[in-house]
Design a protein around this ligand. Sequence first.
Ligand code: ADP
Ligand code: MG
Length: 703
Amino acid sequence: MNETTNKFLSTSVQYLKGIGEKRAQALQNAGVVTIGDLLQYYPRRYLDRSHIVRIGKLRPEQTATVVGRIITQGVKKGRRSRFVVLLSDDSGFLSCVWFAQVPYWQKLFKVGQTLAVSGKIGYFGGLQIVHPEFDLISDSGEDHEDEFLHTGKIIPLYPSSEALSRVGFDSRGFRRAIRNLFRNLDSPIEDSLPDAILQQQQLISLDEAFRNIHFPSDFEKLQQAKTRLKFDELFFLEFLLAYRKHNLSQQQKGIQFEKVGDRLKTLVDQLPFELTEAQKKVIREIRSDMKKSHPMYRLLQGDVGSGKTIVALVAILIALENGYQAALMAPTEILAEQHYFTFRSWLEHMEINVKLLIGGQRKVERENILASIENGECHIVIGTHALVQEHVNFHRLGLVVIDEQHRFGVAQRQILTEKGENPDVLIMTATPIPRTLSLTVYGDLDVSIIDELPEGRLPVRTSWRYENKRKEIYEFVRSKVAAGQQAYIVFPLVEESEKLDLKAATESYEMMSQDIFPDFKLALLHGRMKSDEKDNVMAAFKRGDIQILVSTTVIEVGVDVPQATIMVVEHAERFGLTQLHQLRGRVGRGSEQSYCILIARHPLTEDAITRLNTMISTNDGFKIAEVDLQLRGTGEFFGTRQHGIAEFKIADPLHDTALLEKARKIAFEIIDKPHELHQVIERIQHNSFVQNYKDKIEIMRIG
Ligand code: ADP
Ligand code: MG
């Protein structure tokens, strides 16, 4: 262990020669606190001769990077006064022009400096770039970076900001500070990975990687440095997931659900359908998990309509058969009620006591339910987050099922789980997560995937239209409803504009029932209605007594009315892709052809158009999730509730797929190799780079 180097790297940047308090503050605002952080402040790109175009070869309209020396600089007066820097690289002249902040540029640029500039080449009495991106390469020949022009060295360009530039941290400032950092290191940086892994994976040492990510000796080394540093990030993340999983499952004593029982067969036999192969496969996986002596932590992924509910019920029956209770938590009352009714009908004649626990139940009713959960009379309780409240106590909770898990916070799941003694946990989601990402987010859960839809389903036909086509759309709805089908018309409702949204939905509902569809039965459904009102509406819609359900997004997830075939989404441009896909998933659940019509309003952003076009181009939830992820980035994709996605400095789990899989494999193997396991844990505790991961795991608890 090299203590001095470790200490040096965890020291505040302020103490690095040439930085001082004021500059340190600017760095700190950019997230660079310690000298080690500075070492991990990686270049955003690199400049080498092969990227650079000689000025003599430039053509107008081309986008290019040019390196040249400042010949003159100054303000040009004219119709608009501007600041002009004239560059030359011996093959020609290029003007760089700025129209604003003239005094700032005037102070920054000096004759004799070498600049790298990028941008679109224009022509205005000579070649020029307006407001180029630029990096200061060197001052009048004093820096040895000047050799760059002649030697073909690779120059790192660092991300900067105006605040950073003001205190001298432009690209050149970072290069100087980091070069200085390396000069002050009195021994090589200690490696974070055991030798065995380095050799096996043919990775260069951490020390060499850091040196070459900043000052690559050549492109091959740069590539190796990137690979090494990415591997580190991915490996430690996966290692912590593996370690956590190991601790959870191997060391915790769970329930061994031995019996399967006859009732399971009865259930399956009396279902109105055959289970799909995919359903059977995941049932086997769950069954085998439940038999084991440590608790199950399994994520069940399956696109909307793939039939996750019945899988959940099978798991629940197994728990019951072994003398335990089961709880199922759903994100909305409507969904909890639906599950309640579905279960009751599937379990008819089985003497299984199913209860529903949601907010807004009458006090007496509620107390009876709570008592039966506590004394064990109730076998299955289905509910909303009402389940996680303090006074809900179980007699013998053996299985927790969470439906549509992305709608819950981590804490809620945890609280419910803690109401049993290491119960098995089954988490279900219809928000497919691209595989690579699921490895970083759910890496400590076992994953089962239902990758096929029940037979006979026709893909939903989707289209999007501007609202000036509303008349035709209503005509279409009319023709279908007149032929005996049912429709949803959905309005957006978001918290920030809830009142307005609700008003819009209500007014449209009134207009539709009076003027447009006076001969049909319509109903309005929204989250502000009382539980039993919502109930009645849903039940009537299910029975077919209501033909058109005008609703806010309360029906977004889970709702299952197979005979509904038309989904009209108003203000479709306001919905995210995952939401639109969920909404569309409300139709296409039976054997009839279903339709989804997205109504959009001007003006549409580019992203909105991408979303709408994606919806019409595919029905595949995984593809949709990929696009959603590209559009929103990982953070947004999971919403603010879903914490714990690691932030990567250099790795990109969406693109570094092969490396991620490799890192994951090794990480999970190490858990069973005591010697290497010990080495890695020791490094996590002592090595200043790996320590970053310690906190990450704390917020990664998903359970
Ligand atoms: P989700 O995966 O979206 O939760 P559900 O469990 O609500 O899907 O199932 C969607 C619909 O498909 C339900 O009406 C359900 O009864 C039905 N279903 C489930 N499995 C099958 C199957 N194997 N064959 C036919 N229909 C099925
Ligand atoms: Mg569902």
